[in-house]
Write a protein that binds this ligand. Structure first.
Ligand SMILES: C[S@@+](CC[C@H](N)C(=O)[O-])C[C@H]1O[C@@H](n2cnc3c(N)ncnc32)[C@H](O)[C@@H]1O
Length: 282
């Protein structure tokens, strides 16, 4: 995030309070934003994500935690898996290679199009890609053994409690729901990978969404903040069990900067939280 209207100039005064931004506005703005960013996003991050590699890759976060090491989804062979907010679906393509029966969804047609092109290029058995918002998944109840999202929809939706409920609905009893997001404590700091990003500027408890607007005042990008407690309550309200919150540490040998994620900030505080949830057996 840059030019953040919620970040005060001097980093000390109270942040500007914006009005709430609803689901429809968030989805419209973010769909257009991700459509427009698809090419630049892949030019910058595609190699790291494995988006242009045969068979894709599964990276959970800028700290480079990979599913091949973390095994947060468990054994996926023969399992039905749903990805929510898949981007160009490198994670789902990787899971398909591991033997999972995967469907991937995203709001952005162009992000999905990039994934289709990659699968065609490498002559892969296509993973079905579905354009949908995470707040209304177009699948029947109890369809999937596993659902996951790697920095996908959850930070971008106005009603993340609705996403938790949708994930719970489409999972079979005993199914897993695992999602990675910006660590909620990052909200307090300016979106800067350098020393300026180490000083608290925004109240942790300020849930006013971050937004960008164009010259006409139309909202063009939105991120929504929830505290750790908010996340836990949304998960529990959906009838899910929270097994763990993984906070990946910055690896000593990782020099790569991704937006506000950097080796400097990684030394001091977490950048990612991965919520590992489960639907009760019955
Ligand atoms: C940071 S990308 C992450 C995707 C993928 N894991 C990656 O690393 O490329 C975020 C994705 O979330 C999608 N997204 C944003 N809002 C969404 C929503 N309401 N429903 C579904 N996907 C959404 C965007 O279109 C974008 O592709």
């Amino acid at each position: 995030m840059t030019d953040d209207p919620a970040v005060p100039d001097d980093g000390r005064s109270a942040p500007r309070q914006l009005g709430p931004i609803d689901s429809a506005t968030s989805a419209r703005a973010n769909r257009a934003w991700w459509d427009a960013e698809t090419t630049d996003y892949h030019a910058e991050h595609g190699d790291f994500l494995g988006a242009g590699a045969p068979g894709g890759d599964f990276v959970w976060c800028p700290e480079n935690l990979r599913e091949s090491d973390a095994h947060l989804l468990g054994d996926v062979r023969g399992k039905t898996v749903l990805e929510i907010g898949c981007g160009s679906a490198p994670c789902s393509r990787w899971l398909a290679v591991q033997g999972a029966d995967v469907v991937a969804t995203d709001l952005s047609r162009r992000m999905l199009g990039y994934g289709l092109a990659a699968m065609a290029l490498f002559d892969e058995t296509p993973v079905p890609l579905v354009q949908a918002t995470a707040e209304a998944l177009p699948f029947a109840d109890a369809t999937f053994d596993i659902a996951f999202s790697s920095f996908g929809a959850v930070p971008f939706v106005a009603d993340s409690g609705r996403v938790m409920a949708e994930a719970a609905r489409v999972l079979v009893p005993g199914g897993r729901w695992v999602f990675s997001i910006n660590h909620p404590m990052r909200w307090m700091f300016p979106d800067d990978p350098g020393p300026d990003g180490l000083t608290v500027a925004i109240p942790y408890f300020n849930r006013t969404p971050y937004s960008e607007v164009d010259a006409d005042g139309t909202v063009t990008y939105v991120e929504h903040h929830r505290t750790i407690g908010d996340r836990v309550r949304e998960i529990r309200s959906a009838g899910l069990i929270l097994d763990d919150i993984v906070e990946p540490e910055w690896p000593d040998d990782l020099e790569r900067v991704w937006g506000q994620w950097s080796p400097l900030r990684g030394q001091y505080f977490p950048g990612t939280a991965i919520f590992c949830c489960r639907k009760p057996d019955s």
